[in-house]
Design a protein around this ligand. Sequence first.
Ligand code: SF4
Length: 379
Amino acid sequence: MEHKKIFDERINDLVEHIEQPKKREKKEKPNLKESIYSLQLDELKQWLKEHGEKPFRANQIYEWLYEKRVKTFDEMTNLSKPLRDQLKENFALTTLSTIIKQESKDGTIKFLFQLQDGYSIETVLMRHDYGNSVCVTTQVGCRIGCTFCASTLGGLKRHLLAGEIVEQVVKVQQALDEVDERVSHIVIMGIGEPFDNYDAMMNFLKVINHEKGLNIGARHITVSTSGIIPKIYQFADEQLQINFALSLHAPNQELRQKLMPIARAYKLDKLLEAIRYYTNKTGRRVSFEYGLFGGVNDSVEHAEELAKLIKGIKCHVNLIPVNYVPERDYVRTPKNQIFAFEKTLKKHGINVTIRREQGSDIDAACGQLRAKERVHETR
Ligand code: SF4
């Protein structure tokens, strides 16, 4: 009961933040030195103009940040010393320090970074045959409360700044520079709910997508939400070419709200209305993420119900066999049942894939490494 109360309070906070952002802005904005990576090219030009510098310097700074990927302002040798000093005074270039780097046999690398204020976050590099994908974190902790997720246990500590999200990709790229490889894809599916930190997430997208930034194509970027309806409408109206995923995990309202307390605030029928709005507005399909939890949502009957629920929506279903989560009681669905679920969806003409497991020999599930290594947090 106490547990439910805590999550209800967190969801109420979330809804207030989404629907009355001004009211919570002050309370939730971290008081930190701004990261230089937070600035879009035009914002940097504007800042330079206001500080008596020529706007073209912004292109040079972007080149140092995203092409040469320097680690200090002093390496920006074509800038004057006074300008470098001004940049140092106003911005941080390094806001993440690597505490742990775990490498799996399959090439997956998991990073635990410490932030300026002592919190820690996780970022994961996954190797695929089509390229290198980075899964970024958008918040320290999370207030969504999904019952299968370790990241939400301590609630939300704070939102990440856009620059802190960009720097995760830069840090991974710096590690890949050593083996002459490139980050080609981004998934915004790490710790946190990206739509609960919407503005920072959008700024992040603009920087990494910009041809003078990290230049990662929109179609190589995927953002995933647990279902914050007002933000789905807003995102649809942005009309981006970015891939969009919804963590669905259940074929009906009752089961969904048991698995994901957010569903009590944003109901399934209204959520699917928002999804239909998205697919109509953008012409793009949505990807439904469906975690299979042994004995909970993984029967053929559930698959039938799911097929009925999403009928007519331009979509793809990604089945995710979930590993045992130490803090929770969920167990893995047996293989034959995973295939039976897949077959049922296919029978209804639904496009479906089963997610390949990666990094199984390291703490690769969302939040596992951070949960285990909280000892490194200095606050
Ligand atoms: S699965 Fe994602 S949205 Fe749900 S609690 Fe974990 S981090 Fe938050």
